[in-house]
Design a protein. Structure first.
Length: 80
């Protein structure tokens, strides 16, 4: 962030211009922040829906890890 110029020596027109520029920048940042918050809200809603669907259980709970380990190590044939 740039430091402010010496405000005591800044002409009125330059001061007004600086205010306008910084106000426009703040509005852009605020708009971007609102977009990000909207995306975060959508992602959280999706996560909640998924957790409700599985009652908070991991999808790995339904996987037979021992069988999968045997398949990946080549010690067993994959299930039909």
């Amino acid at each position: 962030m740039e430091p402010l110029p010496d405000l005591a020596t800044l002409p009125d027109e330059d001061l007004k211009k600086l205010i306008d520029e910084l106000t426009a920048e703040e509005q852009e940042v605020s708009y971007r922040r609102r977009l990000l918050h909207g995306k975060i809200d959508i992602l959280r809603a999706e996560l909640v829906a998924r957790l409700q669907k599985t009652q908070g259980r991991s999808v790995l709970e339904s996987v037979n890890v021992e069988s999968l380990t045997a398949i990946l190590t080549g010690k067993a044939a994959p299930p039909n």
